[in-house]
Write a protein that binds this ligand. Structure first.
Ligand code: GDP
Length: 360
C-alpha cells in the first residue's frame, strides 16, 4: 500500500497529530495489518456513498478505503551537516510515497519552539534545506559514478543528465517537487537515483483555535506552498474530537467553519496527492471502496480484489453511483438502462459501482 511519511521539526505537534490519526484507525478488525507497526496509522476515508449502498443492498458492513501514514521522527536543523540525517530517517523517507510536513503556526508560551520563535516560513525552509542537502549528497556520490558508467556505455546518458539537472535545481534551493516538470528532471529517473525531494509534498499547518477560524490566514499559508496541497487543523482539537459523538464533533467543527475533521481532510488530501481513486462494490456481505490509481483500466481494478479477477477478466458490469442512488435498486437501474457492460480497455471512473465477470 502507498504510504505518506510525516515529518516536521520537534514540538510542532507531530506526535499529537499522529496519535489522533492512530486513535482514529478504528478498523483494526477489517485491516489486521493496521495494528502491527506502531509507527503506521491507517486512516479510513469516510464515504457516505457506502452507507447508501449498504442500505440499498442490505450489506452487513461497510469498508471504506484507507490511507496509511508513517511517523518519521528525527529531523532537526543541521541534521544533514556533521552526523547527517540518520540512516533510518532517510530509509523511512525513501520508502514513503509522499511527504507530509507538519508546520507549527500555533502560539503557546508553554511549548518551546526549537528556534525560539514561531515562523511557518522558516520551519518549512529548514526542512526543505535538510532534504535538499540530503539529495545533493546523494548526487555528489552518484554523478562521478554515473559519469564513468556512461563513458563505459553501462548506463544511459539520460540518467546522468537527470542527475545534473537535479543538481542545478537543488543548488538553487528548490525541492525537485516544487520545481516541477519544467525543471527538466525526469521523475522516474530521479526516483531511481533515490532522491527524496521529487516526492509529492503535503503541508499540514498546526493552528490554534483562533487561527483555525481565520480563512485569510489559510489563504496566506496556502499561497506559500502552492501548488502543493495544504491542510489546516488543530492537533489538540483533533484529539478532543475523537472522544466526541459524531454530532458533537460536527457541531464543534462547524463552529470553525469546517465540515470535516482535519484528519479526514488530511486523508482525502493524501489520497489525492498520491494519485489514487476508488471504485465501489456492493452486496449483502459488504459495501466497499477499493483503491486504484487514477487512469487504471477495468482489469487492473479487478486485480485489486483478486489476481484471478484480473487474469480471467471477461467484463465489468458498471452502474454510476449517482444513478443507483437515484433509482434505488439494481433492478430499477437495469430497467432504466443505466447498467453498462464494459470491456478490458475501459478506464475506471470515480463513483463506478462494479461487478466483475471473470473465468477462473
Ligand atoms: P512533536 O515533537 O512535533 O511530536 O510535538 P508534540 O506532538 O509532542 O507536541 C509538542 C507540544 O505541543 C505538546 O505539549 C503538545 O501538547 C503541544 N501541542 C501540539 N499541538 C498543539 C496545538 O495545536 N496547540 C497547542 N497549543 N499546543 C499543541
Amino acid at each position: 500500500a502507498l504510504t505518506i511519511g510525516i515529518v516536521g521539526l520537534p514540538n510542532v505537534g507531530k506526535s499529537t497529530m499522529f496519535n489522533a490519526l492512530t486513535k482514529n484507525s478504528v478498523l483494526a478488525a477489517n485491516y489486521p495489518f493496521a495494528t502491527i507497526d506502531p509507527n503506521v496509522g491507517v486512516v479510513p476515508l469516510p464515504d457516505s456513498r457506502l452507507d447508501r449502498l449498504a442500505e440499498i443492498h442490505s450489506s452487513e458492513k461497510v469498508i471504506p478505503a484507507t490511507v496509511s501514514f508513517v511517523d518519521i521522527a528525527g529531523i532537526v536543523r543541521g541534521a544533514s551537516e556533521g552526523e547527517g540525517l540518520g540512516n533510518k530517517f532517510l530509509a523511512n523517507i525513501r520508502e514513503a510515497d509522499a511527504i507530509c510536513q507538519v508546520v507549527r503556526a500555533f502560539e503557546d508560551g508553554d511549548v518551546v519552539h526549537v528556534d525560539g520563535a514561531v515562523s511557518p516560513e522558516s520551519d518549512m525552509e529548514t526542512i526543505h534545506t535538510e532534504l535538499i542537502l540530503a539529495d545533493l549528497q546523494t548526487l555528489e556520490r552518484a554523478v562521478p559514478r554515473l559519469d564513468k558508467e556512461v563513458k563505459g556505455k553501462k548506463t544511459d546518458k539520460a540518467v546522468l543528465d537527470t542527475a545534473l539537472a537535479a543538481q542545478r535545481v537543488l543548488e538553487e534551493g528548490h525541492t525537485l517537487y516544487a520545481a516541477g516538470a519544467q525543471a527538466g528532471v525526469d521523475r522516474e529517473l530521479a526516483d531511481q537515483l533515490g532522491l527524496l525531494t521529487t516526492k509529492p509534498f503535503i503541508y499540514v499547518f498546526n493552528l490554534d483555535e483562533d487561527q483555525l477560524a481565520d480563512p485569510d490566514l489559510h489563504e496566506r499559508l496556502r499561497a506559500l506552498v502552492a501548488p502543493a496541497d495544504a491542510v489546516f487543523l488543530d492537533a489538540k482539537l483533533e484529539m478532543d474530537l475523537i472522544d466526541m459523538s459524531e454530532e458533537e464533533a460536527l457541531e464543534m467543527l462547524q463552529g470553525f467553519g469546517a465540515e470535516e475533521s482535519g484528519l479526514t481532510q488530511l486523508a482525502r488530501t493524501g489520497f489525492h496527492t498520491l494519485g489514487l481513486q476508488t471504485y465501489l462494490t456492493a452486496g449483502p456481505k459488504e459495501s466497499r471502496a477499493w483503491t486504484i490509481r487514477r487512469g487504471w483500466t477495468a482489469p487492473q481494478a479487478a486485480g485489486v480484489i483478486h489476481t484471478d479477477f484480473q487474469r480471467g477478466f471477461i467484463k465489468a458490469e458498471i452502474v454510476s453511483y449517482s444513478d443507483l442512488d437515484e433509482l434505488g435498486s439494481m433492478a430499477a437501474a437495469k430497467a432504466a438502462g443505466k447498467v453498462r457492460m464494459e470491456g478490458k480497455d475501459y478506464v475506471m471512473q470515480d463513483g463506478d459501482v462494479v461487478e466483475f465477470r471473470f473465468n477462473v
